[in-house]
Design a protein around this ligand. Structure first.
Ligand code: HEM
Length: 477
């Protein structure tokens, strides 16, 4: 990749966006209707890569977008941050209106500083302290599912996983026990999961009308953010008091409040933005990954039995893993999660922009990409299409991740991103999902429930399953 370079007569011809293939745009809306019609824009973009090649262009109303599934371009785009590429400004502006100053949307030096603080508070050392939260909430989840088994009630798997991850994330982010798993009616537990779809709606909106006039749904969004803000402010005061005593941080908020040597203190607004970022980034993604894992287990009884046998052996008499090292021994359950993320990636694409004019080497030759061009980076396309690396790619086969098989991730499989902005919650997410897959498989038999219709997929900001219901039965073997 090189800096701005106009096409020359010598060397390979440098293509421009206008030279790229792509689906024919319709008048006014361009390709927008085709992209959003079935609620799975990621799948539409992947199919177009099959037809038009790994790098192509689309138009959404007036925005011309470069779409790429080319591993070399993806690699460069992800690695050359924050200097040469940034997250899409449209997306970041929409999120910043709600969660300003968070690490996900920060750029440049502010991102460098916030990233350091955020990763430090999520690193493995802290994860050890967080482990009690995970086991406490998992125990609660087991209790709720035992009640469902005894009453014969249908389990809405995604809803359950959202409540589970919300309880874990609120505990880890700020030491708050939301108890979404046992809550009924309306509350933060029902409102937080609606934030992501609202982000997506605003990102794709042709006009940012909410800056001028608020619809009822915009007012509900504001009210939810104020509600979360009140909880964070309350916890913030307690965190400050505790850190002033010299105690070591027990949650993300406390870690933010405790100054890092040689780093300027994090401002109050940055604390709020980052706690909210953790709540959002940790809840929707992880719940979807856990839900898809349970879906595949329900579909494959032989794999379910193997997860159960592993849990029996590793956990012995204990209902829950005693420590992170024990979770590390649940290797087959973790392989189930990797395989679920491969077939049903939760974040199948990232939206980026170059910060300057660049020439990028694509598989089909050099391509000139002007500063600020919107780029849809398809993170998981190769995981379904690269049959050299993933033989029989449409088959759910966790064994491929074990015993000298595949390394956990590397392009073309990057479910947690790559490079310096790689997901800092990856380890936490894998612990949560592995524990859930293991202990639920151990305790229950799963019977798919299709009363709400066939299981489907939808993508708003992240991708998630629809109509995913189970009847669960206490194990009999
Ligand atoms: C299965 C679950 C998860 C998936 C699939 C996932 C995926 C991702 C992806 C693809 C990115 C963008 C990476 C990039 O730009 O290269 C990201 C960023 C991020 N994730 Fe996750 N994530 C998950 C769970 C979590 C959890 C549990 C947390 C924290 C509690 C978290 C916090 C973040 C943050 C703060 C960022 C922004 C990092 C930055 O911009 O420097 N994620 N995640």
């Amino acid at each position: 990749m090189s800096a701005s370079r106009p096409p020359t007569l010598s060397g390979p011809a440098v293509r421009t966006m206008a030279d790229l293939p792509g689906p024919t745009p319709r008048p006014v809306l361009g390709n927008l209707r085709d992209v959003v019609r079935d609620g799975v824009p990621n799948r539409v973009l992947e199919r177009w890569a099959d037809t038009h090649g790994l790098t192509y262009r689309i138009r959404l109303v007036r925005r011309h977008i470069l779409v790429t599934a080319d591993p070399a371009v993806i690699d460069l785009t992800l690695r050359r941050r924050p200097d040469d590429f940034r997250r899409s400004a449209v997306m970041s502006n929409v999120i910043e209106e709600i969660a300003p100053q968070g690490v996900f949307t920060a750029e440049g030096d502010r991102w460098r500083r916030l990233r350091k603080v955020a990763t430090q508070s999520l690193n493995v050392a802290y994860l050890r302290q967080y482990f009690t939260t995970i086991t406490r909430v998992t125990d609660r989840l087991l209790g709720v599912w035992e009640a469902a088994a005894d009453s014969g009630a249908r389990v809405d798997v995604l809803d359950q996983m959202m409540r589970y991850t919300l309880d874990v994330t609120a505990g880890l982010a700020m030491g708050h026990d939301l108890n979404a798993l046992q809550s009924t009616g309306e509350g933060l537990h029902s409102r937080v999961p609606r934030l992501f779809p609202e982000f997506a709606r605003r990102i794709y909106a042709p006009v940012p009308y909410w800056r001028y006039v608020k619809l009822p749904r915009d007012r509900r969004l504001d009210a939810t953010v104020r509600e979360i803000e009140a909880v964070v402010r309350d916890r913030f005061a307690a965190a400050r008091d505790r850190m002033a005593t010299g105690a070591s941080p027990a949650n993300f908020l406390e870690a933010l409040v405790k100054p890092i040597a040689d780093e300027p203190a994090v401002t109050d607004e940055e604390v709020f933005g980052n706690v909210l970022t953790m709540l959002l980034a940790g809840e929707d993604t992880t719940s979807s990954a856990a839900a898809w894992s349970l879906h595949f287990l329900a579909q494959h009884p032989e794999i379910h039995r193997r997860v159960r046998a592993e849990a029996d052996e590793v956990l012995g008499d204990r209902r829950l893993p005693a420590d992170p090292a024990t979770v590390g021994r649940l290797r087959y359950a973790e392989a189930v999660v990797h395989e679920a993320l491969r077939l049903q990636p939760v974040t199948p694409q990232l939206v980026m922009q170059p910060t300057r004019d660049l020439t990028v080497d694509t598989r089909d030759g050099p391509l000139f990409v002007p500063k600020d061009t919107l780029m849809y980076v398809l993170l998981s396309y190769g995981a379904r299409r690269d049959s050299d690396r993933f033989p029989d790619p449409d088959t759910f086969r966790p064994e491929r991740w074990l015993d000298g098989g595949l390394p956990a991730e590397s392009l073309p499989f990057a479910p947690f991103g790559n490079g310096p902005r790689f997901c800092p919650g990856r380890n936490l997410a894998l612990v949560e999902t592995t524990v859930v897959a293991s202990v639920l498989s151990r305790a229950f038999d799963f019977e798919p429930d299709r009363t709400a219709g066939p299981v489907g997929e939808r993508m708003t900001f992240t991708s998630f399953p629809t109509n995913l219901g189970l009847r669960v039965h206490r194990r009999t073997d």
